[in-house]
Design a protein around this ligand. Sequence first.
Ligand code: ATP
Length: 277
Amino acid sequence: MTQTPIVKFEDARLAFGSRVLWEQLDLSIAAGEFLAVLGPNGSGKTSFINTMLGTTALNHGRVSIAGEPVRRGSAAVGLIPQQRPFGDNVPLRARDLVALGVDGAKPGIRMARRAVRNKVDELLELVGASGYANRAVSDLSGGEQQRLRAAQALASDPRVLLCDEPLLSLDLNHQQAISEVIHRQAVERGSAVVFVTHEINPILPYVDRVLYLAEGRFHLGSVDEVMQSSVLTELYGAPVAVLRVNGRIVVVSGDGTRALPADGHDHIEDIELETGK
Ligand SMILES: Nc1ncnc2c1ncn2[C@@H]1O[C@H](COP(=O)(O)OP(=O)(O)OP(=O)(O)O)[C@@H](O)[C@H]1O
């Protein structure tokens, strides 16, 4: 049986002025699928997310969510936004922030206070934030705040979960924990996940497909299909080497001097060791 895709782009094009970010994009994302979106700064990753939020309009083509044209504020869409610190003037505790996601999840239906509290506790536990549930949001570190954003986005059990660099400023343990929580949301709850990141390695075990944006072009396929020297060289229009080092993927520019996005930052020495150069 063929299922309706959760997200469907048809012949989509996005450009700002004369600058084309991508065009002729046909992409269906299935329930439970985990799509990683990679590419250098300014390649259009956040804009891609914005087209699914309905905050940026395509110049051509269509995008639909669960068979309906995209519309702003849809309850079917959850977002873990790119990190911006909450200001000092946000008078909320950690648990209040998550409760906003729970309460706002089903417009028109008000949950009993006890049910909200239980759900908030469950979500805080899920992202490892129970220990600071009652602290003021503005007093929390960037990584602690980011875990609350993840909890808030998961609260609505969205059909599609959009994640805009959700691992930024998280330490290694919490990168793993949050990646795993997002993956479970896909596998257990059937959310389609769109995960924008500069660093594919923390999510490597979970990624079904990669959409790699660069230079106004894109390449779509499995990790093994896309993360190839030949594919990225063609995409960037310049020599790029993709190396596998101790199970990690490392992308470097052709002259070997510069690590490109979608890798870590400190691998040049590793590569030289591994390849014996
Ligand atoms: N509303 C807009 N009007 C004009 N240009 C825009 C608009 N939104 C984004 N852009 C431009 O489109 C390009 C893509 O921006 P976007 O934020 O999507 O890139 P990104 O891949 O997410 O970058 P980064 O990795 O730095 O976060 C940038 O050059 C940006 O300046």
